[in-house]
Design a protein around this ligand. Sequence first.
Ligand code: GLA
Ligand code: ZN
Length: 665
Amino acid sequence: MKTQRQLYYGADYNPEQWSKEVILEDMRLMKEAGVNYVSINIFGWVNLQPDESTYDFDFLDWLMDLLYENNIMIDLANGTASPPAWLVQKHPEMLPVTIHGNRLVHGSRQHYCPTSPIYRQYATDLSEAVANRYANHPGLVMWHINNEYTCHIHECYCDHCRKRFQTWLAEKYQTIAGLNDAWSTKFWSQSYGSWDEIFLPEAMPTFKNPAQQLDYRRFLSDMNLELYQLEKAAIAKYSQGIPYMTNLMGLHKYVDGFKWAPEMDVVSWNSYPNPFEKIPYPQFLANDLTRSLKKKPFLIMEQATSAVNWRQINGAKTPNQLRLWSYEALAHGADGIMFFQWRQSRGGAEKFHSAMVPHGDPHSSRIFRECAQLGNEFSQLSDIVGTRFLADVVVVFDWENWWALELDAKPSTLKYIHQLRSLYAALRALNLSVDFVHPSESLDGYPLVIAPNLYSAPEAFGKKINDYVRQGGIFLTNFFSGIVNEYDQVYLGGYPGLFRDTLGIIVEEFYPMKAATHHQIDFQGRRYDNSLWEEVIHLNGAKALATFQSGYLSDKPATTMIKIDDWNAYYVGTELSLEGLTTFLATILENHKLATHAQHFLAAPTEVSVTCRKGAGYTLVFLLNHTEQTTKVKLKAPGADLLTKETRQLVVLKPKEVAVLKYVD
Ligand code: GLA
Ligand code: ZN
């Protein structure tokens, strides 16, 4: 397998849109900007195959050689992301169909049904042709398969999808009785006598069967994965030793990243925080999540140099925001940062999306200057490549839970990412570094496991957590967790059925709060705001740590803790304010004297974000100032600053400033 030695730095490159002179100027500008990696041919289908019987590789041959001669590594896409008009004209049945029965037409992109045998055939033919031609090109370092699966098309209700759903269900359940059981179809007379009676969860009179909706989500993630695998297999007929990947989208609901990651050699994602947000926690969290998919460094395959074009109002990045947020990704395990795109388009839907080279003169552009500064800095940071992120705690994340939690007909409206965002903000406020795990993965080596709003989880996970706690691990979960199994059927006997015994509590009844209201809880004699959710918690071995302070629930438990010898489990029965949650987490750290990796290097706590990556014989400590103030960071020992080349024990960081210190073991 080709191995990476330097941080990758570059962009999506779409030179089909430009003249030869511009492309040659691009080579000079790329050198200036420190670009060493570009992704090409993502939307190249019609150029390579202008009609069904013609392949034309002249332009791509020239481009591949040109990039190679300029020492730019190539991430080559198979080019299947946007099918050509002639294919749509010939086979309109390959187009996706909306829930209201509209067939989406040519004129945008990603206009294919993921299960369509026609699309799959043409896409694999193209993949083979591209691989056959370029598999041994010396500039090639990565295969980029398709692009952002399910970004636009995350549902399809065509006849073929319905049939394929039926066979997918038959494979999964084996018997129709098995499906009826799993889907609780005795309810509302929904029972099926045969597979072909089953619909996709399309338009229906009222609430749809929840288990059917969940299976449809699984089905769509699986069908897109199957498509990825077919494209990859077509390439693999000709290619050896070149890694495969597709660009994921971080907290994107429709692709189950944990299921996809084993099929890729490298995981990457496209990161588009809103520049108006001071600290975009969901994107910061997605860096950790993406790294956790393969437990190794990841790539930012796309980010914007400044504004995007697809929000209602497209805020521009302010000076140094790009640099700070790029280092944030490196600090959390990225080994490369790329942009969408290299040169800002002249026409088409994305002409107002920022790029490394703007519409104006690059040499009078702040964006180009900042990009070039970053590229030149990155060329000195090869110590980062391949290092291991050091996590303090682990948070359970499950796409299937996301789907289940956000189905309709629930006690209240709960948003998984909103809840995770608050938790992540509180963890990072304490400089706790975070890994994510899927419920089926090992928890070994983590002192604290947090399972936020894990509404749905299989019985095996409940058992695993129980064993983990018995063996001395600390468990923390919160309201509406451990409620149903993977078929959306409630664990009976009192909530939260799956964790009841581990936590030593029984929740009798939920008390969702009115929208946009706050109550307060009493925690260690202080008051903290709570919102969204309250509930009646009975202690059954646990003790109350905090109590509700309003109405019927006054003085009843709001958060709990069970401690029997080495058995420690915590529960939060409401949505706490950031301050409340941070204090609660700090109490857990204090109770168990849990030390963080950051504390190992810091002489005193700091507001600056601190994370560590471990290399062979050294540790890198990343200091990032996301605050509005100049902040001093005192370290226990002097470290070698990779950017200034100085040895520093006291680092003074202006707002948005960063430092990377190297400590030899
Ligand atoms: C996605 C796509 C790119 C481009 C960007 C714009 O990430 O992969 O082709 O459209 O969005 O933000
Ligand atoms: Zn379809």
